[in-house]
Design a binder for this molecule. Structure first.
Ligand code: FE2
Length: 365
């Protein structure tokens, strides 16, 4: 592993990208960054699509898809998930990170399984390329007592430091899994693509639930130049992120070439498209850069920040192909595992990429 560089910019790593990204930004917040206080990331009433008639659904799809097309982010309210769940998940996430011993955490240290690096990521080790002031934990579908591709008995102790956490976090995974298809359908419909073209791929699909625990920032951390989470684009179809209590999320606006601070309303869901979606939509829905910086409100600097995004994937043997009707394809079809691991070699090292085809029904360790 090379010594991480706090001055690094995204273009230092652009060789890993499997979709076109031409802009340049510094991975961590710096005093030279400019912020865009004018641009407003749009908030929508998702009930218009979930419960609306044909006309409501079509107008929602048009507006939502246009907003995502413009900046890769939007916010959904009235999404049907009881928002008290987010308060419970917030508290249980804090409990998990603050009461689990380091020895227990390290028993679950992250390793690649299939396409995705799963498990515990110690602070400063989210990636090899930049020191981030966050601890993370990722669980994919196999870590939950949910219908699985394979019929092996479910062993929660293989994934959880205390098996009582599994049903708690499963509630969140299931609540958001119910939104995978409607969100995709709305995006596709707004692009003029068959809204149901991914329905089968998204049935009992893989996902990555990531818990982030950003500890309170000490003076040395503050002075180190490290950010809370480096700038990146998500390697997924899209991400569902419940609004965090502590601010810090910043979104790259390619039009102004400045960062937009996104503070979504409590209980709302931030939706952002990732590399898979940019690839299959032929660059129509962008995989937008984002990061977590220090809160603007100084009183929040010494508060832990907690977030729990879920990344929506397709299974590793699926092929990512440009969707019909979106013009001459700019990209070749590619197997999801190749696409995913080539992209995330950026974070985990060149030997991370899986080039060999996966046998049908098999999942590579
Ligand atoms: Fe992200």
């Amino acid at each position: 592993m090379n010594e991480p560089d706090i001055q690094a910019v995204n273009q230092d790593f652009v060789r890993y990208d499997q979709v076109t990204k031409s802009h340049t930004y510094r991975l961590a917040e710096s005093e030279t960054d400019e912020f865009d206080d004018e641009y407003e990331i749009r908030t929508f009433d998702f009930g218009r699509f979930l419960q609306g008639n044909k006309i409501d659904r079509a107008s929602f799809a048009d507006e939502f898809s246009a907003a995502v097309q413009e900046i890769g982010f939007s916010v959904l309210e009235n999404h049907g998930v009881d928002t008290s769940l987010y308060d419970e998940i917030h508290d249980r996430t804090e409990e998990l990170f603050t009461t689990t011993s380091m020895e227990d955490k390290m028993r679950f240290r992250a390793a690649r399984y299939g396409s995705v690096s799963q498990g515990y990521f110690p602070i400063r080790e989210t990636s090899d390329i930049h020191p981030d002031l966050v601890e993370g934990w990722v669980w994919c579908r196999r870590a939950f007592d949910l219908p699985q591709q394979r019929n092996a008995p479910f062993r929660p102790e293989a994934f959880w430091p205390d098996t009582r956490y599994e049903p708690v976090f499963r509630q969140l995974a299931q609540a958001h899994e119910a939104l995978f298809k409607p969100i995709t359908q709305a995006m596709f419909q707004g692009l003029g693509v068959d809204p149901h073209i991914y329905d089968e791929k998204l049935t009992e699909t893989n996902f990555g639930l990531r818990l982030n625990y950003y500890p309170p920032l000490g003076r040395a951390d503050d002075a180190s130049g490290a950010g809370r989470l480096l700038g990146h684009e998500d390697v997924d179809l899209f991400t569902i992120l419940p609004a965090a209590r502590v601010s810090g999320l910043q979104v790259w606006n390619h039009m102004s070439r400045k960062w937009v601070r996104l503070d979504a309303p409590p209980g709302s869901l931030i939706i952002n498209t990732g590399d898979y979606m940019q690839r299959i939509t032929n660059d129509r829905l962008p995989s937008t850069s984002h990061r977590v910086g220090k809160p603007v409100d100084g009183s929040q600097v010494h508060t832990a920040r907690i977030s729990f995004p879920i990344a929506v994937y397709v299974w590793e043997n699926e092929v990512l192909d440009v969707l019909p009707g979106l013009g001459e394809p700019k990209y070749e079809p590619i197997k999801a595992i190749t696409f995913h691991t080539r992209s995330t070699s950026k974070f985990y090292g060149d030997d991370y990429a899986v080039e060999a085809p996966v046998e049908a029904g098999g999942v590579q360790q």
